[in-house]
Design a protein around this ligand. Structure first.
Ligand code: DSN
Length: 425
């Protein structure tokens, strides 16, 4: 049963309600290892589903274009204050609709079309919006890309400095979507200073770890920080931009009226709720447990002969190169999904295979940690992954291993409550 329950939806639109319940059950029964996903709290769900969705609020608190902002203004101010406090930022904008619009706003604030941007290449673990060719950021700007080192799988800071001094980008991005290791914000800041560039840290993946003290903070290093609010931070789907006071006006103008219309007030409220949750001591414990689980899972996979990019993890994320296992990432991810383990296929650095059919798997521990799984459970998860990958390599049409593992996983997950849903009865 969904919590809060959905009586009106069930009565009025049973087909749709059935799909929501089925999705909730799917999330309950699976081991969810997609590194960018989580389970939000019931309070975040309630705020997301509130009447705040009815209200338009173009502008910023105290400077709106429509009347009736008596309650929405304090909601947004609460979210802004909580964001500033949690991340030690002089300024916060909580209006971006999601991570890509937030990143686009950074371009709109600091660059003109054709200006140079330096970001981590997508197949090396960067994000589309850090200047990858198929993104508007790679088409409208002169994008230069740095990589990770072949020998260590870690960011090549020598190359970042060399490219920054040669190309003189206006903007440098650090952060990404498949980086298992700590981001050295201080080193990036030094390079950006030398090159005269704005440093933007995209902490979407690690925001919850930063908030909980399980990853160093970009505060004091990056000029601008962008983040989604729904990954390790465990809030609703949304985003924020944090900055020094110096850049506040340019970033605010870039978000509205530069790129967006009215903010999604129900999301703003849910962000405020999640930020208050993330400021509590139990969230710091959660963030450290996320990393402990990832480390334990990485160790167990290494023991089973898995090739992990960079040899392990410092964060919530593990990147596996399956080349030595004789099965590419996509069929392995499909087989694992059928077996109750949900993750995504992913390119690995210097991947000889195509992006839609790459060599790797990406794994994250934010969601299973929210469910309450602890490091002692990780060897069993590694064993299941290994069984299913080995079976997929031997015979992709044989579903017997997947069926048995899925049943074992349903038994395990039944013992770990899920915020937002519980089996009826
Ligand atoms: N889709 C997100 C992720 O999975 O990392 C990035 O935008």
């Amino acid at each position: 049963m969904h919590r809060p329950s959905l009586p009106h939806l069930h009565r009025q639109d049973p087909d749709l309600a059935g799909l929501v319940e089925a999705e909730a059950r799917r999330q309950f029964e699976k081991i969810r290892l997609i590194a960018s996903e989580n389970y939000v709290s019931p309070a975040v769900l309630e705020a997301t589903g509130s009447v705040l969705t009815n209200k338009y609020s173009e502008g910023y608190p105290g400077r709106r274009y429509y009347e009736g902002q008596q309650n929405v203004d304090p909601v947004e101010l609460l979210a802004v204050e909580r964001a500033r406090h949690l991340f030690g930022a002089e300024h916060a904008n909580v209006q971006p609709y999601s991570g890509s619009p937030a990143n686009l706003a950074v371009y709109a604030a600091f660059l003109r079309p054709g200006d140079t941007v330096l970001g981590l290449s997508l197949p090396m673990g960067g994000h589309l919006t850090h200047g990858w060719s198929v993104s508007a950021t790679g088409k409208w700007f002169n994008a230069v890309r740095y990589e990770v080192r072949r020998d260590t799988g870690r960011i090549d800071l020598d190359q970042v400095r060399e490219l920054a001094l040669k190309e003189r980008p206006k903007l440098i991005w650090c952060g990404g979507t498949a980086l298992p290791r700590t981001i050295d914000f201080a080193a990036f800041a030094e390079i950006a200073r030398e090159a005269g560039a704005v440093l933007a840290a995209d902490i979407a993946h690690i925001a919850g770890l930063v908030a909980g003290g399980a990853h160093p903070s970009p505060a004091g290093h990056a000029d601008v920080v962008t983040t989604t609010t729904h990954k390790t931070l465990r809030g609703p789907r949304g985003a924020m931009i944090l900055s020094t006071a110096e850049h506040a006006a340019a970033l605010d103008r870039a978000v509205f009226p530069g790129l967006q219309g009215g903010p999604h007030n129900h999301t703003t409220a849910a962000i405020a709720v999640a930020l208050a949750e993330a400021a509590r001591p139990d969230f710091a414990e959660y963030a450290h447990r996320v990393v402990a689980n990832a480390r334990a899972l990485a160790d167990a996979l290494l023991e089973r002969g898995y090739d992990l990019i960079s040899g392990g993890t410092d964060t919530h994320l593990i990147l596996i190169d399956l080349t030595n296992k004789g099965v590419p990432g996509k069929p392995a991810a499909r087989a694992l999904d059928a077996a109750g383990i949900e993750l995504n296929h992913n390119a690995v650095p210097f991947d000889p295979r195509k992006p839609f059919d790459p060599s790797g798997l990406r794994v994250g521990t934010a969601a299973i940690t929210t469910r309450g799984l602890t490091p002692d459970r990780m060897p069993q998860i590694a064993a299941w992954i290994d069984e299913v990958v080995t079976a997929a390599a031997a015979d992709p049409d044989d579903a017997s291993v997947a069926d048995r593992v899925a049943a074992e996983i349903r038994e395990l997950t039944a013992a770990y409550p899920m915020p937002g849903w519980a089996p009826a009865g």
